[in-house]
Design a protein around this ligand. Structure first.
Ligand code: T3D
Length: 278
């Protein structure tokens, strides 16, 4: 395992990709252990709401996870009692702040990186997830939530529209009716309701969320990483493809999967009646 690193964008030294300077300004924790790149939002006093520094640090951590071969799965969670309350609203109404710029600089790259990262991303929603915080959780591959967690499309309450992929993922995950009701009414739903709607994969008791999430991430990290990456690429493509296009893409990706070390090892292990080592 690699020692824990802190990733941040420092207001003082303006060096966004330096992991080790100015540790007192940490916005986000990043560590790699047992094949899992763990990202923890760390602004608990403001419910891990995103300011520019935390958003940039999150982007840097996702880039590191994509590039680093040691990372075979990503786990995202929040420090303290919340997952994330979305945009830090104290940073947005100052004169001269351009909301479009915030969306384009902070959230659009985060959502694209989460979807384009060809490794599984597990999200452990440890508490409330609001606004962009909720939509980050829904853009992850396997989202687990503590039973006390809740989800709010908080945008309508302050006159905004759902960003961070909300208008893309919500109708696809839960249908137009529920997506419309949740985004317009801004009702808070429980983790159990989110599970019943199909927004998340599992609800876990608060005290076992992190252990289960880490176990799930470690299991994924020991599986055929290339094949899981191709699976994610196919699932992404299915959001826009028609059936013939999708079948064609499945053929192409199966050919690529069939050429991997993992496929060779998986079949050999099956025939030799032993556990494969991927
Ligand atoms: O630039 C743009 O605006 C475009 C981008 C938009 C993306 C978005 O995400 S827009 C949506 C922004 N988020 C929200 O509107 C949610 C705001 N927060 C809440 O509604 C509530 O805090 C929660 C429902 C999430 C939790 O409620 P509760 O009662 O458990 O906690 P609280 O007391 O409201 O919050 C605790 C502290 O966190 C409090 O600070 P204090 O009083 O202890 O000093 C509160 O002000 C702070 N906090 C919570 N959310 C935010 C926040 N501070 C800044 N920004 C926040 N989003």
């Amino acid at each position: 395992s690699t020692p824990c690193k802190a990733l941040y964008v420092c207001n003082d030294c303006k060096e966004p990709f330096d992991y080790f300077k100015c540790l007192s300004l940490r916005r986000l924790f990043f560590s790699i252990q047992n094949g899992t790149g763990k990202i923890v939002f760390n602004r608990p006093d403001v419910l891990n709401s995103f300011n520019a520094e935390m958003a940039k640090a999150f982007q840097s951590a996702l880039d590191e996870c994509a590039a680093n071969k040691e990372v075979r799965c990503i786990l995202i969670t929040g420090e303290g009692r919340a997952f994330s309350a979305g945009q830090d609203l104290s940073a947005t109404i100052a004169p001269g702040v351009k909301i479009k710029q915030i969306v384009e600089d902070q959230y659009n790259p985060i959502i694209l990186k989460l979807r384009q990262l060809e490794k599984p991303v597990v999200c452990a929603v440890n508490g409330v997830a609001a606004g962009a915080g909720a939509n980050v959780a829904f853009a992850c591959d396997i989202t687990l939530a503590a039973s006390s967690a809740g989800f709010i499309q908080a945008f309508s309450k302050i006159g905004l529209i759902p960003d961070s992929g909300g208008t893309f993922f919500l109708p696809r995950l839960i249908g137009l009716q529920r997506a419309t009701a949740l985004t317009m009414l801004g009702d808070k739903i429980t983790a159990q309701q989110a599970l019943e709607y199909g927004l998340i994969y599992k609800v876990l008791p608060d005290e076992s969320l992190m252990a289960e999430a880490e176990k799930t991430a470690e299991k994924l990290a020991s599986m055929p990483t290339k094949g899981l990456g191709y699976t994610k690429r196919l699932l992404n493509a299915s959001l826009n493809n028609n059936l013939s296009e999708q079948l064609k893409t499945e053929g192409d990706m199966q050919e690529a999967a069939g050429k991997t070390y993992d496929y060779n090892e998986g079949v050999k292990a099956f025939l030799e009646k032993r556990k494969p080592v991927f």
